[in-house]
Design a protein around this ligand. Structure first.
Ligand code: NAD
Length: 436
């Protein structure tokens, strides 16, 4: 099938590449000329495991092309995916300007039947809006489909190639049939393609993200309470997770959720609710708790240094909002580092993939280290913000030798408390006994 993907970011590039992998001819369109140039030169502009192999293979096979021209994208395709940003507006609502501007152009440019597929995360009613805008201009038949994306950064290729479900929001039989044909290679193991109306599809995405953000936040509250009463959140988690109604996943406490999706999507759903005079009380709490949780280790670090961080150096391991990505959007590391800088601490930071993005934001306010161990050299404490695998089994004696004090503030509960005690570390984590 002939596909175009408008917007070649984390979602668009993975969508385009994976659709090419099943034999479709794909053109990816982006307004960022430099990015398009890099992709044309065979460079993957983001870090996403397993993407490069598929990217190279499909470019070589002439099934995956890149352009800055929307005209070229539209002329090529019968199915046009929108994978455009929907960032947060000042009032918390999703900013639809990227999507609606492109849609306006699509309406003016199309001359034959196309399915316009919205993959961006958009509020309920957007498909209707998109339909109305295109209908104003288009001289031909077209359909609008809501097809929210559930991939996780870091696992995006796997998630796209083997999705747990595909959601198709469509009231058109013709468009639904095309979408089912396009996606059939991805659900051969029997996972469902669930067809529903456009509004329900749009809400399914927000409801899923808001639920997951709530699940994490609930466990963070339980962890905070564990610290008050001397319970161990690891044990509580293990006990809870064996209940199949609860499940084992998304029960790990830490310094809050971040990323390009949960923060903005929770706010957008809350705002969409308030626009309809519906107060999402649970989401208000989730937002409040998460912003406190991101800096929950700050007062603990201050206390350790007797409220005087001036001249102290903190090593920071992990800057990305989660492992296996270079994405730093809304990363808890940012809140922690801003807090520490305000307290006049010096920061020596390391992340396997996110350093260039952090450099763009923090410039020379931080010292950027070449390795996890270099970041420790002469530091007074170690702070862990992201659970990259390489941090999980460090050389403890190297760690102790490099640090001025053997002290670790672990925002991701990477280590066993009793191991840390035996190794002689001061160890502060989330929802577990602190070792002094
Ligand atoms: P992104 O910021 O990584 O990529 C967006 C791309 O769109 C950029 O390359 C940008 O240059 C391009 N763009 C902007 N305006 C354009 C225009 N007029 N024409 C062509 N290209 C244009 O965004 P993303 O993370 O891929 O997210 C896209 C959408 O998917 C959002 O709505 C997001 O909420 C949703 N989503 C994201 C994820 C995720 O994990 N990142 C997962 C599911 C859903």
């Amino acid at each position: 099938m002939r596909i175009s993907v408008i917007g070649t970011g984390y979602v668009g590039l993975v969508t385009g590449t994976c659709l090419a992998e099943t034999g479709n001819e794909v053109i990816c369109v982006d307004i960022d000329e430099a990015k398009v140039e890099r992709m044309r030169n065979g460079e993957v502009p983001i870090y996403e495991p397993h993407l490069e192999l598929l990217f190279e293979r499909n470019i070589k096979a002439n099934r995956l092309k890149f352009t800055t021209s929307l005209d070229e994208g539209l002329a090529h395709a019968e199915i046009v995916f929108l994978a455009l940003p929907t960032p947060e507006n000042e009032d918390g609502a999703a900013d639809l300007s990227y999507v609606l501007n492109v849609v306006e152009q699509i309406g003016k440019k199309i001359t034959d039947y196309k399915v316009i597929v919205d993959k961006s995360t958009v509020p309920v009613g957007t498909a209707e809006k998109v339909h109305a805008i295109i209908a104003k201009h288009a001289p031909c038949e077209f359909d609008v489909v809501s097809n929210p994306e559930f991939l996780r950064e870091g696992f995006a290729v796997d998630d796209f190639m083997k999705p747990e479900r595909i959601i198709i929001g469509s009231s058109s039989e013709r468009a639904t049939a095309l979408m089912k044909r396009l996606y059939s290679p991805f659900v051969r193991s029997g996972n469902p393609i669930i067809v529903m109306d456009e509004k329900s599809a749009e809400l399914t995405k927000y409801a899923s993200n808001a639920f997951l953000a709530t699940k994490i936040t609930f466990m963070n509250e339980i962890a905070n309470y564990c610290e008050k009463v001397g319970a161990d959140v690891d044990k509580v988690r293990a006990g809870m997770g064996t209940d199949s109604r609860i499940g084992k996943r998304f029960l790990f406490p830490g310094i809050g959720y971040g990323g390009s999706c949960f923060p903005k999507d929770v706010k957008a759903l809350k705002k969409a609710g308030s626009d309809e005079n519906y107060n999402f009380k649970i989401l208000n709490s989730v937002l409040e708790i998460n912003s406190d949780q991101k800096i929950i280790l700050l007062p603990k670090i201050e206390k350790f240094f007797n409220n005087d961080l001036k001249g102290k150096t903190i090593a920071v391991w992990g800057l990305a909002f989660k492992p296996e990505t270079d994405d730093i959007r809304e990363a808890p590391s940012i809140d922690m580092m801003n807090g520490l800088l305000e307290l006049n601490a010096k920061l020596q930071v390391f992340d396997p993939e996110a350093m260039p993005n952090i450099k763009k934001r923090f410039g020379d306010k931080l010292h950027y280290s070449e390795s996890m161990y270099e970041a420790l050299e002469g530091a007074d404490a170690l702070l862990i913000c992201t659970e990259w695998s390489i941090f999980r089994t460090p050389d403890y004696s190297r760690l102790k030798n490099a640090l001025n004090n053997p002290v670790i503030f672990d925002g991701r509960n990477l280590y066993n408390v009793s191991d840390m005690e035996a190794e002689g570390f001061t160890y502060v984590s989330i929802g577990r006994k602190a070792v002094n």
